[in-house]
Design a protein around this ligand. Structure first.
Ligand code: NAD
Length: 274
């Protein structure tokens, strides 16, 4: 997919949240063997070094793998942004990162000043060590604040999106600024996999429930990076480009939305863990 800064990103990637460091090199190595070329990690996942190990050991040229990391909540001050970005590059064993995100806006921390954090993130692109800058868990008013202050919109907004929580307000606000949506927790962190409607559509299409859900995301145009530590599931989640959901099947999945009560993760307006 093309981003608003004219770069491109693979629409399907591989997530690494809760992949323990001691299992990350083997897990990400398997994902690269399966064919994933987009890996999503974060300073807070404590597995950047092992992601870097897997990328180095794979022998795949650096420019063929899209790497994302995220600024940890305790690192929002300008000097910490610059310093810890360098640590992220070292851990990942790369001299350039494709995408770096503010992980959470933390509107109740740092005097509500995520604008300064955004400005520091923009500095990172000056010398080519960072290609694209984005945000994560930004609500519509958070996006408006950083765009109003700098005139520069993030390339992506990585937010919780899945059939039980479509998060349309944040998706729409992102699209209004030409920001691509990355849907984290695309399977509802597992919660949507046993859904009866998804099971019906899986039977109709002869596909696995996970494939039906991930295909729904693709057809909505969002970027996804499901996580699994099992190779068969990595393969299953990767095989979603050879079938299509009908508009009627898409609508039935749309109808599973539970609004705020469908949220699996924290609300970004109040989440303040540092
Ligand atoms: P997910 O929706 O990818 O679900 C993962 C769960 O589904 C795991 O329990 C896994 O075992 C199971 N699963 C995966 N494939 C399966 C299959 N084919 N069949 C059966 N079960 C399957 O949840 P996630 O890992 O939280 O989200 C994906 C990625 O998004 C993360 O790994 C991380 O990279 C990112 N993320 C970002 C944020 C953020 O705040 N920016 C928050 C959470 C996750």
């Amino acid at each position: 997919m093309k981003l608003n800064d004219s770069t491109t990103i693979p629409q399907l990637g591989f997530g690494t949240y809760l992949v323990p460091p001691e299992e990350t090199a083997a897990t990400v190595g398997a994902a690269l063997e399966v064919g994933y070329r987009h890996i999503d990690t974060a300073q807070g996942y404590k597995n950047e070094a092992e992601v870097g190990e897997a990328v180095a050991d794979s022998g795949i040229p650096r420019d063929e793998i899209y790497l994302t990391s995220k600024l940890q909540n305790g690192n929002h001050r300008r000097d910490d942004v610059i310093r810890t970005f360098e640590e992220t590059l070292e851990k990942l064993r790369v001299d350039r990162l494709d995408l770096f995100l503010i992980h959470w806006p933390l509107p109740t921390r740092y005097d509500g000043d995520f604008v300064s954090t955004w400005k520091a993130m923009l500095e990172l692109t000056a010398d080519g060590r960072l290609t694209s800058v984005g945000v994560s868990n930004f609500q519509p008013d958070h996006l408006n604040q950083i765009v109003d202050a700098t005139g520069l919109a993030p390339a992506v907004n990585q937010i919780e999106v899945h059939p039980y929580f479509r998060n349309e307000a944040a998706r729409q606000a992102s699209h209004d600024h030409a920001i691509a949506v990355e849907a984290w927790g695309p399977l509802g962190q597992g919660a949507v996999l046993d859904d009866a409607t998804v099971a019906e559509i899986a039977a109709e299409t002869g596909r696995a429930p996970s494939q039906v859900i991930l295909r729904w995301h693709l057809q909505r145009g969002d970027i996804i990076f499901p996580k699994s530590m099992k190779r068969e599931r990595m393969e299953e989640n990767f095989a979603i480009f050879d079938f299509t959901l009908t508009p009627e099947q898409m609508t039935r999945i749309d109808a599973l939305d539970q609004g705020e009560s469908g949220r699996q993760g924290p609300n970004p307006d109040t989440f303040d863990m540092v």
